[in-house]
Ligand binder design. Structure first.
Ligand SMILES: Nc1ncnc2c1ncn2[C@@H]1O[C@H](COP(=O)(O)OP(=O)(O)OP(=O)(O)O)[C@@H](O)[C@H]1O
Length: 614
């Protein structure tokens, strides 16, 4: 039999609540501390059956099993807590001696509770380490994002759903002049976006940035303005994108760029282009002006004169201008043929189109052809670049063919062809060029006589002579002389800023008595020279032929044609002075010192009509 000391030692080492029982006496011989805590401090010495909450027979069966197997475990026993409530227990019975049983208990409720707590703790520990991993990951991502945001050249800021700044990157701070601390938590629209460039208030409800998170869509704006801390505006373009936190709209991120410099450059470029355009228009206008100047220099203030011949000329000019018909203007040199051409062009509805002049008396047939029709580069040796040609230049305008009588016959045929067909081919060009022309031809020769002599094509003559105008020689309209003289005098003194000079009665008499073989051009030259040399406002006229006359130029070499036209002009002058008389004392032959027969044969060969001088 165990003594008390052995019994206590035996139970005190047990980790679970343990009792040593005498099955024979139904007595608890010893109980460890945990058993006392579980069943109550008075457990030792008590009858075991008093502690039971189950039937005694169940305990008897348990002890029989322990006696039989030596050790036995089951959950059939139920003991009471000190408060009398039943404990759910797992009992471990060991037969220590024939009627001594050591019985340990596992409090199943307590055990379950501990298991649950342990499980929760394990779960928490596992969760914590997982969370730590995630937290670490996000911190890393955030750090990277932060670096990216800070390194970005664009300004980036975020706003929450109330429009307050949540972050502002470095570029944004630099561009706006506001620090991040200034801005975080502030209403950004009210701070940097409150007014338009023109100073007008910018209400928040119309702000595209707010709209981006109200409407949950990305907004791009390329011409807006943000206001710096120093009150200066910066021109910006930006993208505002709504952002979400766990699926819930959280605000917007705005990425913006300062485009002030770019916009300024664009503005300067636009201004420069506008200036170029303005200059272009101005240049065009100046060209127009120059054109008009040249024309008005030719025509001065228009056709001056009061004679019936000038009145009729003006009426014919108006008529010709109203028609698109080709015109033939004839008259002696210097009588105003070119002026008439200008006046017709100016009065016509082609006035805004060019008046293109070509002299037929200075160029060879090939040169004339090239000048008129133009050519492609390489069309002939020396054609190093394309030449538009005067026909094209005069398209829808006026083509002035000066001294048409000198147009070579081959070119006459081609010109007639163009006038008939309305198109032509440039030299070296395979395509036809359409052209609409109004030709005004001038001649100081008798074109009909040229036609009769076979030097001028009949078809072209009739094509050009649809409307004919004659400029009378000046000596046939002496009443125009004072007006023309005054006109040229005023013009010269004005142009050369000379002191005002008046024409005296004797001046007018001298002018009207002179023959004016060089017609109005000669009058113009005489007046200009006199105005320049005027002494004390007095005009002195020198009626010599201008320096350009053949006789005055000793170094000039004359061609056969020159000699012929000189001879013709001389004979005409003689006939004019002789009033068309050839023979006799006051006849042209006597004036020239030649026999009348010679004079008659020259008149014939030079195709002069003496009747024209009667
Ligand atoms: N009635 C006029 N009123 C004002 N100026 C005139 C008049 N007639 C001629 N002129 C001027 O006289 C000068 C000679 O005239 P224009 O050149 O028209 O003559 P033209 O007959 O064409 O001469 P050419 O046959 O030699 O070319 C020009 O300066 C012209 O403006």
């Amino acid at each position: 039999m165990l003594d008390l000391l052995d019994s206590d030692r035996l139970v005190s080492h047990q980790p679970l609540p343990t009792l040593l029982l005498s099955t024979q006496d139904d007595r608890v011989l010893s109980a460890n501390d945990t058993a006392h805590r579980l069943f109550g401090p008075e457990t030792s010495g008590r009858a075991f059956s008093e502690l039971l909450q189950c039937d005694v027979s169940i305990a008897a069966v348990f002890f029989d099993a322990v006696a039989h197997f030596g050790t036995y475990i089951d959950r059939s026993l139920s003991l009471a807590r000190p408060d009398g409530t039943a404990l759910r227990l797992q009992s471990y019975g060991v037969q220590v001696q024939p009627d001594l049983v050591l019985i340990s208990f596992l409090d199943l409720d307590e055990h379950d509770h501990r298991s649950r707590v342990a499980e929760q703790e394990a779960h928490q520990r596992a969760g914590l380490s997982q969370w730590q991993n995630i937290y670490g990951f996000f911190r890393e991502v955030e750090a990277q994002n932060h670096l990216i945001l800070e390194a970005a050249g664009e300004g980036i800021y975020g706003i929450n759903a109330m429009g307050q700044a949540t972050f502002v990157n470095r570029a944004a701070q630099e561009m706006l002049g506001w620090s991040s601390d200034d801005l975080i938590g502030r209403d950004l629209h009210a701070t940097i976006h409150h007014k338009h460039l023109n100073g007008e208030h910018f209400p928040a409800h119309t702000c595209p940035i707010y709209a981006s998170f109200r409407q949950e869509e990305t907004k791009r704006v390329d011409d807006d303005v943000f206001w710096r801390k120093d009150g200066k505006p910066i021109l910006v373009e930006y993208v505002s994108t709504p952002i979400y936190d766990h699926g819930v709209l959280a605000g917007a991120v705005v990425i913006f760029r300062d485009v002030t410099e770019r916009k300024e450059n664009e503005r300067k470029l636009r201004e420069a282009l506008a200036q170029v355009e303005e200059l272009k228009v101005k240049l065009e206008q100046e060209n127009d002006y120059l054109l008009t100047e040249i024309r008005s220099a030719r025509s001065h203030t228009g056709v001056v004169g009061v004679s019936p011949a000038i009145k009729s000329l003006n009426a014919r000019i108006d008529l010709a201008a109203r028609n698109k018909a080709h015109v033939l203007v004839s008259g002696p040199p210097g009588s105003g043929k070119s002026l008439t051409v200008s006046a017709i062009h100016e009065a016509s509805d082609r006035a805004r189109r060019p008046l293109v002049r070509i002299s037929c008396d200075h160029l060879s047939a090939q040169e004339l052809e090239a000048e008129l029709f133009g050519y492609r580069r390489g069309a002939f040796a020396g054609a190093t670049r394309d030449n538009t040609g005067k026909l094209i230049m005069a398209h829808n305008g006026t083509l002035h063919l000066d001294e048409i009588a000198d147009l070579p016959k081959g070119v006459q045929a081609k010109l007639y062809d163009v006038l008939q067909r309305g198109h032509f081919q440039r030299l070296g060009d395979s395509t036809q060029t359409p052209v609409s022309l109004t030709v005004v031809a001038t001649t100081s020769r008798d074109l009909m006589a040229e036609l009769r002599a076979g030097r001028f094509r009949q078809d072209l003559y009739f094509a050009l002579n649809v409307f004919s105008i004659t400029c009378e020689p000046l000596h046939e309209r002496p009443e125009d002389i004072p007006y023309l003289a005054k006109h040229f005098l005023d013009r010269t003194t004005r142009r050369l800023r000379l002191p005002t000079t008046r024409l005296s009665k004797s001046n007018i008499d001298a002018l009207t008595q002179y023959e004016w073989p060089g017609n109005v051009r000669e009058l113009e030259n005489v007046i200009e020279r006199a105005a320049l040399l005027a002494q004390g406002g007095r005009l002195e006229f020198d009626f010599q032929r201008p320096d350009s006359s053949f006789a005055a130029r000793s170094d000039v070499v004359l061609t056969q044609d020159d000699l012929r036209s000189l001879e013709r002009e001389n004979l005409q002058n003689a006939l004019r002075r002789a009033g068309g008389k050839v023979s006799g004392q006051k006849g042209a032959a006597a004036m020239l010192g030649i026999a009348p027969t010679t004079a008659y044969s020259k008149i014939k060969s030079l195709e002069i009509d003496p009747k024209a001088f009667k």
